[in-house]
Every structure is written in C-alpha cells, then in structure tokens.
Design a protein around this ligand. Structure first.
Ligand code: GSH
Length: 194
C-alpha cells in the first residue's frame, strides 16, 4: 500500500490513520508546486485530480478523496471505529463537515488573497470550529479514543496554529492530546514537520 502525501497537507490525517491502524504502507511525498513525486514521477499520471491524499492498495486500486480514504482505513480497523448503530454515520457526518466546511474555509489562507480575505477566512474557520468544540464527548470528538474524524480535525487544528488563529480551549486540549500520541509523532517526524 502506498500513500501519496504532502507535508502538513490534509493527507497527514490519512498518514496518522495508517499508523494508528498499524497497517504496512509506504509514503511518497508529492511536491504540490511541481506535481512531481519524490521518485520523479508526474503525479497527474497517478492521480489525475492532482490532489493528495491518494492511497494505492496492494492490488493497485486507488482511493482518492480524504473522506473516502479515511472511511476505508476505519472500515479495515475495528479499533478506529465508533460503536453503536449510528457510529459510522456520526463519523461520516463529522468528516463531511470538516472537509466541505472547515477545510474549504481555509483555502483563501493558503492561496493568494488579500489580507482582508484571509482575516475573513480566519473568522469563518473559528466560527465553524465552535460546534465541534462545544460537542466534544470526552478527550476526542466521540469519547475517550480518537476516530478518523479526529485525525482530520487535528490537521485543521495544526493549520490554525500556522495561521495564528485563537482556538477555543477544548480544541487546544484535543490538539495537545493528539500530539502526544506515538503514531502522530511518527507521522509528523516522517513528514519532517515539528
Ligand atoms: N477533494 C480533495 C481535496 C484534497 C485537497 O485539497 N488536497 C490539497 C492538499 S490539503 C491538495 O492536494 N492541493 C493541491 C492543489 O491545490 O493544487 C479531498 O477531499 O481529498
């Protein structure tokens, strides 16, 4: 199995999930300015969408879209699943909110835009974070153990740090708990991020 990633991109969520799941995989870095892989390949020929993450399974099947990749990893890994009849639905609900609302709201901050656009985007991100902060069910989104939605949220919380956004205390706590996890530390070290 191979994960195509870029350091501190949303693919870090998948990188963490694979390590938390204890799956055997290799990770290949993609330069998102040139769309060349670390091995010198044209990434567009691997994933024509030109986005990370892309996960290639051992039989050659490719999964793209963060929500789908994370759902696949969780589906293979009972320890990462949230129990109960609504467990998977709740995780997909959170993943959808993170990808379509929070991740999307960050885009003006990563790409060229005016200072006013970036400030507005920061306010939007913080407004969108609030329901997740208010709804924490324990140390993580759904209780005492993290789900794949926590891994994606964690990346969004690292981005908040990158753009000096003033996060609510419960989310700062979640970010610190995530940072203390060995799989998170290993994924961040492998991506060369502090
Ligand atoms: N729809 C994709 C979007 C993923 C995405 O935005 N990936 C970013 C990194 S966080 C990327 O590869 N950007 C490349 C670009 O914008 O050219 C998904 O949900 O997986």
């Amino acid at each position: 199995m191979k994960l195509y990633y870029s350091p501190l991109a949303c693919s870090l969520a998948d990188h963490i999930a694979l390590r938390e799941a204890g799956m055997a995989f290799e990770a290949e870095r993609v330069d998102l300015r040139t769309f060349r892989t670390a091995g010198g390949e044209d990434f567009a020929r691997i994933n024509p969408k030109k986005y990370v993450p892309a996960l290639i399974l051992d039989d050659g099947t490719m999964i793209t879209e963060n929500l789908a990749v994370l759902d696949w990893i969780a589906g293979e890994t009972p320890a990462l699943q949230i129990g109960g009849a609504m467990g998977r639905t709740r995780v997909i609900e959170a993943l959808t909110y993170i990808t379509t609302e929070i991740h999307r709201a960050y885009k003006p901050m990563w790409h060229a835009g005016s200072a006013a656009d970036k400030a507005r985007a920061g306010d939007t991100v913080l407004r969108l974070m609030q329901p997740l902060s208010d709804g924490l069910q324990g140390d993580y989104l759904f209780g005492a153990t993290p789900s794949v939605a926590d891994f994606y949220l964690f990346v969004m919380l690292l981005w908040a740090d990158r753009f000096a956004l003033d996060l609510p205390l419960p989310l700062l706590g979640l970010r610190e708990r995530m940072k203390a996890r060995p799989a998170v530390q290993a994924a961040m070290a492998a991506e060369g991020i502090g």
